[in-house]
Design a protein around this ligand. Structure first.
Ligand code: UDP
Length: 329
């Protein structure tokens, strides 16, 4: 794999971005992180900065700043986006703006300069799909705009359309990556993500809050596996113009997840079942399942996750709460 000379990572102070920044840096690439710290944290970059990484605080929707940073770069990973179901439900307008504006600026500038781009999208775009495994070429079914949750899927989908249109029409070298539920050190439960919340809740003596009846399922991927996949896709020419799923296909119900976290961390902690309406307000649509078809990632970059859920829960249980953030994913 050819390491790039200088990569820009938008949203690089976030959970996934900070791990990727460290990984690219360790592989010999200079890395500039661009982040407005709206949900990212400077503390996530401690190890990155100590090893010579560069951080620029700013908005990826600022065309002048993006032009300036891209002038020195030869690769781009665009991770800056709205984060968390809670934000989407409570502030959908902001979420739409934050998913669309920066992507438009980043993709047009990358196309103008001929820079390769990895665009992070989300398994959220699969919407109400009911299949056992979601394939990148599946039809997509989203809920109506009266339900704000779908604003996230719809805005990320438009990002995907823009990337693929620029590939066809302007020769942009871009791959769209649909990330499934990703977990690991530095992920905050503040934006609603279930696994860090369960871990924090179990440590605090409970209750672990399961929304709905807990029969909905998800597949959790270790952040180290995800950033390895992102790095590989950045140099994979066969992936330009394609959408690629990255995630685990080991499915677990949320009820079982709560039970497993509790068993590992604090068997005395109670589990509470919270109606969706109480958790997110009325009219919330949850996805019953979300499991990727991983054939494309395997064919293109030989990728598959290395940590199973057991190992993930164990690794998170051993990560000190609020303590020094472990370096390296
Ligand atoms: N969830 C839960 N308790 C929480 C937070 C989330 O039961 O405290 C549920 C949520 O309703 C969803 C699943 O866990 O069914 C995953 O939620 P998350 O927000 O982590 O990711 P996403 O919904 O985007 O897959």
């Amino acid at each position: 794999m050819v390491p790039y000379r200088h990569a820009v990572i938008t949203g690089g102070a976030g959970f996934i971005g900070s791990h990727l920044a460290e990984r690219l840096l360790a592989g010999g690439t200079r890395v500039t992180v661009l982040d407005d710290l709206s949900t990212g944290r400077r503390a996530n970059l401690q190890a990155f900065l100590a090893r010579g990484g560069r951080f620029v605080q700013g908005d990826a929707a600022d065309p002048r700043l993006v032009r300036e940073l891209f002038a020195e770069a030869d690769a781009v990973v665009h991770l800056a986006a709205a984060v968390g179901v809670r934000l989407v439900v409570e502030r959908a307008a902001e979420c739409i703006e934050r998913n669309l504006e920066p992507t438009r600026v980043v993709l047009f500038e990358a196309a103008r300069r001929g820079l390769p781009v990895v665009l992070a999208s989300s398994s959220e775009v699969y919407g109400r799909a009911a299949g056992a495994r979601f394939h990148e070429e599946d039809d997509l079914v989203l809920g109506p705009p009266s339900r704000p949750r779908w604003a996230y899927a719809c805005s990320k989908l438009l990002d995907e359309f823009l990337a693929l249109a620029l590939v066809r029409e302007r020769g942009l070298r871009a791959v769209v990556v649909r990330l499934f539920n990703t977990v690991g050190p530095r992920q905050s439960g503040r934006w609603g993500m279930v696994l860090p919340r369960f871990i924090e809740q179990a440590r605090a003596g409970g209750p672990l809050t399961v929304y709905g009846d807990g029969t909905q399922s998800r597949c959790f991927t270790w952040v180290g596996d995800v950033v390895r996949g992102l790095e590989a896709l950045l140099s994979c020419e066969a992936a330009w113009g394609k959408v690629v799923n990255l995630g685990s296909d080991e499915e677990v119900t949320i009820r079982e997840l709560a039970e497993r976290v509790r068993a590992r961390l604090n068997p005395a902690a109670p589990i509470a079942y919270v109606p969706y309406a109480e958790a997110y307000g009325p009219g919330f649509d949850d996805m019953p399942r979300r499991r990727p078809d991983l054939r494309r990632a395997r064919e293109l970059i030989g990728w598959q996750p290395t940590l199973d859920l057991e190992a993930i829960i164990d690794a998170l249980a051993r990560t000190p709460p609020g303590g020094p953030l472990p370096g390296g994913a």
